[in-house]
Design a protein around this ligand. Sequence first.
Ligand SMILES: NC(=O)c1ccc[n+]([C@@H]2O[C@H](COP(=O)([O-])OP(=O)(O)OC[C@H]3O[C@@H](n4cnc5c(N)ncnc54)[C@H](O)[C@@H]3O)[C@@H](O)[C@H]2O)c1
Ligand SMILES: [Zn+2]
Length: 679
Amino acid sequence: MAELIQQQIQQLVKTLNDYNYQYYVLDNPSVPDAEYDRLMRELKQLESQYPDWVQADSPSNKVGGQALKAFTQVEHKLPMLSLENAFSAEDMLAFNQRLLDRLTTVSQVAFCCEPKLDGLAVSLMYENGLLVQAATRGDGKIGEDITENVKTIRSIPLSLRGELNVDFPQVLEVRGEVFMPKQGFASLNQNQKASGQKQFANPRNAAAGSLRQLDSKITASRPLAFYAYSIGYVEDVNGLMSQSHYGRMEQLKAFGLPMNPEVRKVQGGEACDDYYETIAAKRDNLSYEIDGIVFKVDDIAQQQQLGFVAKAPRWAIARKFPAQEEITILNDVEFQVGRTGAVTPVARLEPVFVGGVTVSNATLHNADEIARLAVKIGDSVVIRRAGDVIPQIVSVVKERRPDDAKEIEYPTSCPVCDSALQQVEGEAVIRCSAGLYCQAQLKESLKHFVSRKAFNIDGLGDKLIDALVDKAMVKTPADLFTLEQFDVACMDRMGQKSAAKLIQALADGKKTTLPKFIYSLGIREVGEATALNLAQHFLTLGAIQAANEEQLLEVSDVGEVVAAHVVKFFKEPYNQEVVSALLDLGIHWPAIEKPNEADLILEGQTFVLTGTLSSMGRNDAKAILQGLGAKVSGSVSAKTDCLVAGEKAGSKLTKAQSLGVKVWTEDDMLAFFNDNNVG
Ligand SMILES: NC(=O)c1ccc[n+]([C@@H]2O[C@H](COP(=O)([O-])OP(=O)(O)OC[C@H]3O[C@@H](n4cnc5c(N)ncnc54)[C@H](O)[C@@H]3O)[C@@H](O)[C@H]2O)c1
Ligand SMILES: [Zn+2]
């Protein structure tokens, strides 16, 4: 027994030291933080139970990793420590109680609350107001000299604002986090992918890897940012620095250092919990990754009274958010066939709680992605789920690969209809060649056909469509309109009442609009906007069906790919049959009037819509603007002529303002519509 525990401790120490090396030295961790934290807690638990067996090289009371030899080493004047972690409200209560036990004279502690940025700590040494040295944390005592690299980060001032010895002290060490904003991270990874280079697992590794470059030109090309969060060593003969941590943050801001705008000072533990909840709710909308909240005792005298333990201050704690990355097992890979025949590998996972939900499936995208991950069935994989984004497999933990791990085999024929698969050159996707003869494609097409923006048929859910196709009651979209109440009522979970409702909905659905009809056909690459443009350009279905590629290219937003798909679609005899069957069954729409040239008052102008409009949906506003000849685009650029900003407009509004793009409120837009008798 004893020996077993000792072995367990040794094993944990070895594993965690390996993980530290991968994380801190190589900037390339193999397991998610949640897994590391679990193993660390296990080790600490064993060490406190069996103090005689604590190993000399235990990571439980060490900070970070070793400084890379390739850099000049910097000895920190004051150690750069880590933080104690809290994982729950109970942990926070215990922390608050520990503080109150030690600070016997106070009944409530004031805290400074700060988002815990997921980047890496750096020390910036300012002497007489000039930045003379920048260093990484390293092992807490010795870091790496990264002065030249840090100087390439635009938001870090090379000199402080204000007057020496009046505003700022003669020596001031500023500490803070260098991080990579989410958007910068996404575009960096896109570039890495395009140039065939390794992609980074997350923004933290990307930031660390970018900062610890021997060539500062590479660092300069990376989108790094910085927020200050404390001070280290100071020579301050005039006693300029505040005795409140929050006060110091305000001072640093006045000296020109970037400060996180979310930082707040609050009183007592409950206010800390409120702050935690508030930021947690905002987390997905922040432009940078955070993995928790840091709570710091605000009063510097109290901080000094509390002091430090081996690797962290007693006066601060990091409360971590639930993990967005977890580790689990890939049990199997199944292949799904989509509406356009694309065959997509779907990962079946051992269920795991991540990003606030239990995840048991993740998309694997295509064969290229499987090759990039080099994943096998049976592997331990890292799953990421952030916000509402669908879960992704980000990496494979190679050292945990079991001996019987199986290669993922791509099917050689359609897994649903057994027809041949085709791969278009230059595309990663593989498609079933059978079109609507393939039941999977038929089901997905029908789901699209009845969806909200197409025929909008209430009461025709995915399960019912699957069943109707399986029972061969529906073979084409036209068959939906020949269904009878009696047939539908016999289906699972349907009764006479819901069947009657559905038949009525189908009858009502026969009246539609031309753009919706075009959209519902599910022609590849023809979305709502393109369908609308096609309808407005050609005015009748017949004209669209008869158009050749050249004529189609005249439609705004229609390029060669779309034109080819449209022509191909209407050439297909099967599609021609379905379209005429639909028309024979009474599908109809009001005629579109040709807009007067003189009515196209917004011709050549690009509009962007953002925020919530109270008087109409964004799609309606878009249609009216397009009717006046405007292009409506999704993103603001220098080419944008006007941004319509509704309620709660966010980053697009800021961007438009910074580019000097004209901005309309919803009222401005309505007034314009009114003046021009539209809307
Ligand atoms: N996945 C892995 O293999 C692996 C390996 C080692 C460490 N880790 C992760 O790293 C953590 C330990 O790392 P650590 O020692 O750097 O501790 P930490 O990340 O838990 O906390 C300390 C660090 O927080 C950062 N920080 C961000 N905002 C801050 C703020 N406002 N104020 C103060 N500090 C702020 C600083 O960089 C500071 O050094 C572990 O809990 C684990 O999640 C993961
Ligand atoms: Zn098929």
